[in-house]
Design a binder for this molecule. Structure first.
Ligand code: ADP
Length: 304
């Protein structure tokens, strides 16, 4: 069955060290990374669209060209005159990566300001995907707009997918962050949290506790990712199951592990796979991604 996945969030300019004082330019951002892996893994008759706001500058144009070249639709992207995209710089020191961000004035912060446009975009999709980072960059009124459209989509029977991706530095206070993450979960039918984040911020003692907490918020389907320890799945009224990770001998860079898992997982699910099969595929995709540098690896390197 053909369909359309709409991923909503912020894609940033990524600058990384290229040696001799030079910087290499790329583009990445959690919801975009998932769109990238969704495009690589979904059936060809599925449309994968990205929803964000960018500026009218050359860098924004480059970003949209890159998305189009990857087969990701950008017709719904809002262009705001005079604005620019957010940017982050990766610095390597003694093998440790440090991230510096310039995103406070990014165009993407305005992605939900036009409620009618957002509603039409969401209505056009079968699967709607957003994250705690999407919510974290928005002003409170824009959070309300996005969440009310997500709730509406859920009520219409669309698959609404939420990755909490908890990033405290994006939020004005811990209380507001946790409350809004919970609101994001309530608005979704499938939550894909990472146990490391949930343990730290919600105090969950194990993956089962994370599953129980999201279920109690009214999320029908929950997949808790836990790095090399695999995932814990609770789909509908089916029993909770565990699906192992794929063993990786030498991890090179875990950036985008969760994002790529999500893309591979959703792809196998829309193809009619069971949740366990979908999780195994997500794990195989993520295992390949973490063997390479950077958030986005070539689709040729991914398992079929
Ligand atoms: P996030 O990147 O969101 O923190 P995780 O670290 O839980 O998410 O990783 C997501 C998925 O990536 C895991 O469920 C697993 O399939 C895979 N993964 C992550 N780290 C490893 C690892 N060291 N070995 C094998 N698979 C891994």
């Amino acid at each position: 069955m053909a369909g359309k996945l709409l991923s909503i969030g912020e894609c940033m300019v990524e600058l990384s060290q290229a040696g001799e004082g030079l910087l290499r330019k790329g583009f990445a951002g959690d919801t975009f990374n998932t769109a990238w892996y969704a495009r690589a893994c979904f059936p060809a008759d599925w449309q994968i669209d990205y929803f964000t706001a960018v500026g009218d500058d050359p860098m924004s144009s480059d970003m949209l060209s890159m998305m189009n070249a990857a087969g990701i639709g950008t017709s719904l992207v809002i262009r705001i005159p005079g604005k620019t995209p957010g940017l982050y710089l990766i610095t390597l020191k003694d093998g440790e990566r440090t991230f510096s961000y310039w995103r406070d004035t990014a165009a993407a912060k305005k992605l939900a300001d036009d409620a009618d446009h957002l509603r039409a975009a969401i209505e056009s999709a079968d699967i709607v995907y957003f994250s705690g980072i999407t919510l974290g960059i928005l002003a409170p009124e824009a959070v309300d707009t996005l969440l009310s459209e997500a709730r509406r989509a859920k009520a219409m029977g669309k698959m609404v997918v939420f990755d909490p991706n908890i990033r405290p530095r994006l939020w004005p206070s811990k209380e507001y962050m946790l409350k809004t993450i919970e609101d994001g979960a309530r608005a979704s039918s499938l939550a894909l949290p990472s146990f490391d984040d949930e343990k730290v911020h919600f105090g969950d003692k194990d993956e089962q506790a994370t599953v129980a907490r999201y279920k109690a918020l009214g999320v029908e389907n929950v997949v808790v990712k836990n790095g090399p320890d695999g995932v814990t799945l609770a789909f509908g009224s089916e029993p909770v199951i565990h699906v192992p990770a794929v063993k990786v001998d030498k991890v090179i860079d875990t950036t985008s592990a969760g994002d790529s898992f999500n893309g591979g997982f959703l792809a196998r699910l829309v193809e009619g796979g069971t949740p366990a099969e979908a999780a195994a595929h997500g794990a195989a995709v993520a295992a390949r991604v973490i063997c390479h540098h950077g958030a986005l690896i070539s689709p040729d390197l991914l398992p079929k």
